[in-house]
Design a protein around this ligand. Structure first.
Ligand code: G
Ligand code: G
Ligand code: MN
Ligand code: NA
Length: 248
């Protein structure tokens, strides 16, 4: 088990790293973007995955600090890619997003890094709206005004509702792996995916489908009209050096 004090110290000492999982064009399969996923290289336990420490960070209120670190790691990674940089997504927790001054903080980080705002995408879940929808939407608008893109993560799980798609200022929708898994089980799932994607396109949202693990799934997801795919069939999350080698 991960201890609060140890995690706090690791964040303060900037011991966490990000891996980047490539996103590919759904038709050609070429790398066009990425999602940053945090990891903790632990002296005794090896590479600790976020499932083992994000729930604790959330519980003890460390997500804003952890999130600030991830933002700076991603901006450094984008700087390191230079002219080859591809749009990269950062998962933002609700606590972090709703912290007062988040937009100003983020704007300053962006400016200091010199990274072009359109290269940064923030992945949010509907939970950012639970406490106060109007406030959440205002923060989203302010972020978009900076030129960064916003993505709604985990669509199709939890409380995601179609009405959110109409209300929220979004650029992208990420369809959860559960939809892909369902494609293998029954015929109707393909039709559901097609309709969700065309609805998203109607709302001018780019669509990423997550969790593609087989060639058959790739074919079905591409046929359903997805724009981008993120999945182990193409790439697992990669350490920065390996990701750089995959850049076209
Ligand atoms: O990479 P992995 O499959 O182990 O990630 C597990 C979960 O942790 C995913 O739900 C992912 O969204 C979340 N996660 C990974 N990195 C970050 C991060 O930097 N910030 C937040 N808030 N969540 C993350
Ligand atoms: O919750 P979120 O969508 O941010 O989490 C993304 C998570 O999904 C990452 O932890 C990543 O490792 C995982 N992931 C991405 N592609 C695949 C896949 O093809 N199969 C599985 N099992 N997990 C995947
Ligand atoms: Mn995500
Ligand atoms: Na997701």
């Amino acid at each position: 088990i991960v201890l609060e004090a140890e995690l706090k110290r690791a964040i303060e000492d900037r011991e966490l790293v990000v891996y980047l999982q490539p996103q590919v064009d759904a038709n050609s399969g070429t790398l066009v973007g990425s999602e940053a996923l945090v990891r903790w290289p632990h002296p005794e336990r090896g590479m600790v995955s976020p499932g083992a420490f994000i729930p604790l960070a959330e519980e003890v209120g460390l997500m804003p600090e952890l999130g600030d670190l991830v933002i700076s790691l991603v901006l450094e990674a984008l700087q390191g890619m230079g002219d080859k940089a591809v749009p990269t997504s950062i998962n933002i927790s609700s606590d972090h997003f709703l912290r007062s001054g988040f937009v100003t903080y983020f704007q300053r980080q962006l400016e200091e890094s010199g990274v072009a705002p359109h290269l940064v995408k923030l992945e949010l879940t509907e939970s950012v709206l639970i406490a106060n929808k109007e406030h959440g939407i205002k923060v989203m608008q302010a972020l978009r005004d900076l030129g960064v893109k916003l993505s709604l993560d985990d669509f199709g799980t939890g409380y995601s509702s179609l009405s959110y798609l109409l209300e929220l200022p979004l650029d992208q929708l990420k369809i959860d792996k559960q939809f892909v898994d369902a494609l293998d089980r029954d015929q109707r799932s393909s039709s559901v995916m097609k309709h969700v994607i065309s609805l998203a396109h109607e709302l001018e949202l780019e669509v990423v489908v997550e969790g593609v693990e087989t060639q058959e799934q790739w074919q079905r997801v591409a046929a359903a009209g997805a724009d981008l795919i993120q999945g182990f069939y193409f790439f697992r999350p990669l350490p920065l050096a390996e990701f750089q080698q995959q850049l076209p």
